[in-house]
Write a protein that binds this ligand. Structure first.
Ligand SMILES: Nc1ncnc2c1ncn2[C@@H]1O[C@H](COP(=O)(O)OP(=O)(O)OP(=O)(O)O)[C@@H](O)[C@H]1O
Ligand SMILES: [Mg+2]
Length: 232
């Protein structure tokens, strides 16, 4: 194991999240401590409403905690404002969601190029990169298709290619196989396995045991707290 692999990438301490809904406080996270090292592949499991997505949104800098500290790659991020969080997301983080969230009216190739447009990558460079990423996920033959002309598994592969566009250190995937059948789910997990082998850090939420078993470690969450951890 090399040295880089052992670096702490994510360090959460005492993370709490309270949502205020009118008069009601929803305690989504009640004190989470978690360390993710560079190169880790972890799965988060737990019942519906246990706080998995909330935790992932905080780790992915889409949201900030109500309480607790979050050190991402040596930098304190729990108090940052939206502009600074967006900057970090752009540089370090890729997301994959259950519902793909592709732009419906543009091609596969354009969907993958989009984050590079936001990042002001010149046209030729982003085109070349998009094609390379689509080749990586096995979709070179589908570059001109619209999302509606693709299967569910193919859509998720486009979303994975897009998540890789800005060379993120970490990929967060919230139920990436939730809308796919077993065969397509396994194909998607093979891609994640390859990314992990390439050195990416992956944090994935899933309801399915066989999907979680692609990871090296499973974190079980219940009622906003880590209940148990399993090394695989
Ligand atoms: N924006 C919000 N406002 C208020 N309450 C919220 C909000 N988002 C989530 N919650 C609540 O926080 C708790 C945790 O939600 P979260 O989405 O993290 O659960 P989850 O474990 O991802 O569930 P699922 O498996 O169904 O996706 C739930 O009780 C939910 O109702
Ligand atoms: Mg969720």
């Amino acid at each position: 194991m090399n040295k880089r692999k052992n670096r702490d990438l994510i360090k959460l301490k005492g993370i709490k999240k309270v949502y205020h809904l009118g008069q009601v406080d929803v305690h989504a996270l009640r004190g989470v401590d978690l360390v993710v090292k560079k190169g880790d592949f972890i799965a988060i499991m737990g019942p519906s409403g246990s706080g998995k997505s909330t935790l992932m949104h905080i780790m992915g800098c889409l949201d900030t905690p109500t309480d607790g500290t979050y050190i991402l790659d040596g930098m304190e991020v729990h108090n940052l404002d939206e502009d600074n969080l967006a900057e970090i997301r752009k540089k370090k983080i890729g997301f994959v969601f259950q519902n793909f969230y592709l732009l419906p009216r543009v091609s596969t190739e354009y969907n993958v190029a989009l984050p590079m447009i936001y990042n002001r990558v010149p046209y030729g460079e982003r085109k070349e990169k998009a094609l390379k990423l689509l080749e990586k996920v096995g979709l070179s033959h589908r570059i001109h298709h619209l999302p509606s002309e693709l299967s569910g598994g193919e859509r998720q592969r486009v979303a994975i290619a897009r998540a890789l566009a800005n060379d993120p250190d970490i990929i967060f995937a919230d139920e990436p196989t939730g809308n796919l059948d077993t065969k397509m789910g396994a194909e998607i997990m093979e891609i994640f396995k390859g990314l992990h082998k390439d050195g990416k850090t992956i944090v994935m939420v899933t309801h399915e045991r066989y999907i979680a078993e692609y990871a090296e470690r499973i974190i079980h969450i219940k009622d906003g707290k880590i209940e148990d951890e399993e090394e695989l």
